[in-house]
Design a protein around this ligand. Structure first.
Ligand code: DQA
Length: 143
């Protein structure tokens, strides 16, 4: 089973950006964590990070008929991007949304998630473990 893991803007700054919120783990630590979980679950993963909305839309489009599911942390684009929502709808793959922090207990503007309007599963506020939960969910439901 092939899963595409997408990470949006500023997640490449993990470890540096607001460590009190996002923790001290770096983006490379997150990538290593995801790879280890994928190995445990016997999933084939591609991991892609971009600060650009268009690059994320293109990555979602390119997943069509190439992947069996998507795990996405669209970061700030979660709260703004109709384009990412439309791309997810267009390819129609099982999709799990993940956030390191609990977007529902932060600023008001983070409570709106366009990704949630398509994603069949959302995990937030569990740090790196949220990615594990999403990969596990995809394995259980989309296989
Ligand atoms: C985030 C939450 C978003 O609101 C924020 O813009 C991010 C990261 C998270 O993983 O907690 O960049 O998606």
């Amino acid at each position: 089973m092939k899963v595409l893991v997408l990470n949006g803007p500023n997640l490449n700054m993990l470890g540096i950006r607001e460590p009190a919120l996002y923790g001290k783990g770096t983006y490379n630590d997150l990538v290593e964590f995801i790879r280890n979980v994928a190995k445990e679950l016997d999933l084939d993963v591609d991991i892609f990070q971009s600060n650009s909305e268009g690059a994320l839309v293109t990555a979602i489009q390119n997943a069509y008929e190439q992947f069996d599911g998507i795990v996405i942390n669209a970061a700030a684009y979660t709260h703004t991007s109709v384009a990412i929502l439309d791309a997810l709808k267009a390819v129609g793959l099982p999709t799990a949304e993940v956030h390191l922090t609990d977007i529902n207990s932060r600023e008001q503007f983070r409570k709106l998630s366009y990704v949630s309007m398509y994603a069949q599963k959302t995990v937030c506020g569990k740090g790196f473990d949220g990615y594990r939960e999403c990969l596990n969910w995809l394995k259980e439901t989309a296989n």
